[in-house]
Write a protein that binds this ligand. Sequence first.
Ligand code: GLC
Length: 745
Amino acid sequence: MPLDLPPAPVRQADSSDDLALVTDLVSRMTLAEKIGQLRQIDAAAAATEPAIIEAVRRGEVGSIINLVDFEQVRRMQAAARQDSRLGIPLLVARDVIHGFRTIFPIPLGQAASWNPDLVRTAARISALEAAAAGVNWTFSPMLDVSRDARWGRIAESFGEDPYLTALFGVAMVTGYQGDRLSAPGSIAACAKHFVGYGASEGGRDYNTTNIPTNELNNVYLPPFQAAVAAGAASVMSSFSDLDGVPATANKALLRGVLRDKWGFDGVLISDWNAIQELVVHGYSGTDREAALAAVQAGVDIEMNGPAYAGSLEALLDDGLIEMAQIDDMVRRVLALKLSLGLFEDGGDPPSPEVGSGADRLEVCRELARQSVVLLKNEHQILPLRRDNLTSIAVLGPLADAPAEQLGTWVFDGEPADSVTPLQALRDVAAGRFEVRFLPVLANSRDRDTSRLDEARALVMASDIALVCLGEDAILSGEAHSRARIDLPGAQRALLEAVRETGKPVIAIILAGRPLALTEILPLVDGLLFAWHPGTLAGPALADLLFGDASPSGRLPVTFPRSVGQIPIHYNRKNTGRPPTPDTVLLIDEIPADARQTSFGMTAFYLDDGHTPLFPFGFGLTYGEIAYGPVALSSDLLDRSASLTVTASVTNHGHHAATETAQLYVRDLVGSLTRPIRDLRGFRRVMLQPGETRQVSFQITAHDLAFHTAEGRLEAEDGLFDVWIGPDAESGTPARFRLQSRHRPT
Ligand code: GLC
């Protein structure tokens, strides 16, 4: 999965004087001070601040997580710089996952924008806000390709596609790190969780993963390779075991791939206590064995665990590890601190106010708008017109839930900053029409149906029902997997009650994962899927509801008809018996006397078929978009040349629209079976009513390359199909042949 990446920013700490400084420091450090640099402690759970400061003064701590008070950081850094023997400053880490104080949509929602530039800007704002609080290291971006909606952490991912995940990972890395890590407002990024965590069996968090080499090389590793190439300052090892070897002890991956093959020389940190958990996995017998395995694998810093501090000295004394290994680990940590400018005078965080608040909120609102996916718009019920409304009934547990709309992994965002859908609708109404509100349910899990009659009555007395449903923030994120992915609680009953009124119904769903919407789709006329949109969920949704902006979001992940279809993703293999419309006979169509071979023997479910409810890349706009046929500049692609692929895109509707035209390729025959489609590009195209634009892409052999069984990244001669279309299922492909230039014999 190749990707043309921006040149990696020059890593600052490799200049000769920096290296001299690091080498000199290491030569003067005691073993205890070296081990201190390899420890990260949790300020939120550790002893009191004086106890931490004492440990810092003794050189026993190299980095701290969950320290976000500007003055407290200043005191800690002063203790490190002025009071410790060698004055080595601290790394101050925080999970800034989708915003610090200004909360942007969850990463899965950001991915739905298909706008890496905007995501980079949001990451930049997040870095400015975090740096102003003294944070200099974030544990983001999460690059785990996620194909299982049951997994709670799909919320933190960029979805199911390696190409899209890589693009957004690079956008976040460059947004956080800026052009220079030592510049005010830049913070170190951390590509996590290396690797394959998204393949946790059954979508159950922390579960085992078994990933064949082909999938590892062509799906799970590429986003990390892109982030490393883009200059990610650090990588985090995953909790999960991979084919029986926990990632945190996986020498083949951490040393063999990450360091030796990709040349990554940044800091590798374990996930939370993941070194000691090697014992729980049953991979190491003791903390000491676990520490040895992690050192051999190349883990530099232990996040919040006892193994390194408790065992490294003994491992050295027993000759099981060399001082040179410890020195290498310490050197990488010091090099990161140098890159961040922490040794420089005034290496303190920038003034708390870096950049104005107004532009941050505008970016927050814009990214929230672009993350929302319009899934249904029956009879063009949307956009609403303010002037022909007298009243709206706003219902549902997520209409006015300031904390829930922020989503998972929010530590420093303030629900008080949130503007909810209800508040925004009241602002828009401003006396022109009435907004009547009834939550009906206390939260998304509430099963109490005692207020459904009240809900019906409110809708009957109003022009239209706007129902805000979905998942509370707690239902996704780490350790929050679900075995069923329907609307929780009595939310479906609420929709059914509202539907009985016969009034127009618009549903807005806020959730941290794809939900199984099959049963509720007939109950609504309009459906906006908003993920968890963050601080300005309300204004962004109001902009879309009233047409001040047109929905442009596209699904970065497949929406299954039911949880039973999982795993389901667009870039699947053809199999030897692919289902086709005439080989699929669903359960209600099976004749009464059907016998074993009564209909097609192909790969589908008798009850839910083989197609998703909504495919990857799907999203409606307020326009009526049509694609012309795919045209090729040639049906032969020489390896040294490029091929131009073009299609027209027309808006036959009455509203302007931003359409995301997607480029997919298929390698028809490969030395490994290849996916039936692979995303290789996209263009966001603004189209006025009636406007037609030509969308073009250049394809080269590089775009067709994949990691072969021999581990080479190469494109193989042969036939390829190519699409330009609105999602991963639509369109008719054009066909071309890739050929090596045949030299005359
Ligand atoms: C958590 C997560 C990881 C996070 C770290 C620090 O358990 O797995 O993504 O960055 O611990 O909070």
